[in-house]
Design a protein around this ligand. Structure first.
Ligand code: C5P
Length: 292
């Protein structure tokens, strides 16, 4: 009996993806941008479950469930169909998505869900893929999906497909804050102006969270100005984070509007989240570990 038949339900976590820095190195002829980014995954995220079924269906729940497009364009359903096509399987499964993360918010929500459903269906269908094949399917779904298959700190290059393990990071934690205003990624990339950046990769593990914050302060998120031009509240979120006790560095993740504060540990991140939630009751705020 296969693992899938033994287990009624395959569960997979879809952690929030956070770009600790994000440099834009250039732009390809097709309009996609060449990136250099240090990406980590938070102990906070969406949850996927997949169970055997006669057809393919998706049930969405959770605080941001209503914001998920439910039609055929849904990235979870597209991921299931792409895996089925690549492996010659019928696209079958009852998929549940518990949406804990805000959508269109720079922390990879849809991409993380797609990566998680790929991992869950590989187990449910008991299929094996050649090296790199799953990453290829992931890239076909979106530039952020391959990195979300990893779930550990990685340097990301190319348009998102070139993934290399990052050095171990010191103990630290994150407070995430989002003004609940969606920010579509293509518009942010289109609005970016100015010169391209150099790579910000590094080799040695910073000795502690403060040293990591110092190192990151010498890098940046090159999409910040373009995001603020579209949603000025991003600047308010960054200001609020940077003046919250315990936050060592405040920065936007991805194309925004979610921003993060780097903290020394989870209790510091939780305390910062409490302060921010009091001041900004309308924002989505979460404290989270970084998955090592
Ligand atoms: O690949 P995905 O559909 O997630 O990307 C959404 C949009 O973000 C792209 O259509 C493109 O406009 C922009 N993008 C980019 N460079 C990247 C990733 C995304 O310009 N590396």
């Amino acid at each position: 009996m296969t693992q899938a038949e033994l287990a009624d339900v395959i569960a997979a976590r879809a952690p929030a993806k956070v770009n600790l820095y994000l440099h834009v190195l250039g732009r390809r002829a097709d309009g996609y941008h060449l990136l250099d980014s240090l990406v980590v995954f938070a102990g906070e995220g969406d949850r996927i479950e997949a169970a055997a079924a006669e057809d393919l269906r998706l049930a969405v729940s959770g605080p941001f469930g209503a914001d998920v497009p439910a039609g055929e364009d849904n990235l979870v359903l597209r991921a299931a169909r792409a895996l089925a096509a690549a492996t010659g399987q019928p696209a079958r499964g009852a998929i549940r998505l518990e949406k804990q993360l805000p959508v269109a918010s720079g922390i990879g929500g849809g991409s993380a869900d797609a990566a998680a459903v790929l991992r869950a269906l590989v187990k449910l269908w008991n299929v094996s893929l050649a090296d790199g094949e799953l990453a290829g399917i992931a890239l076909g779904l979106g530039a952020d999906v391959p990195m979300c298959l990893h779930g550990r700190p990685v340097f990301v290059g190319g348009i998102g497909e070139d993934i290399a393990e990052a050095p171990a990071l010191p103990a630290c934690a994150l407070v995430l804050a989002n003004p609940r205003i969606p920010l579509p990624t293509p518009q942010v990339f289109r609005g970016r102006t100015g010169p391209f950046s150099a790579s910000g990769r590094f080799e040695a593990t910073p000795r502690d969270a403060a040293a990591l914050a110092e190192l990151l302060a010498r890098r940046g998120n090159d999409l910040t100005a373009a995001a603020i031009a579209l949603v000025p509240e991003v600047a308010t979120v960054l200001d609020a984070l940077s003046t919250t006790p315990g936050v060592l560095l405040a920065r936007m993740s991805g194309s925004g509007a979610t921003c993060f504060g780097l903290c020394a540990d989870l209790p510091a991140a939780q305390a910062a989240a409490g302060v921010l939630a009091d001041q900004h009751p309308g924002w989505w705020i979460a404290a989270a570990d970084i998955v090592a």
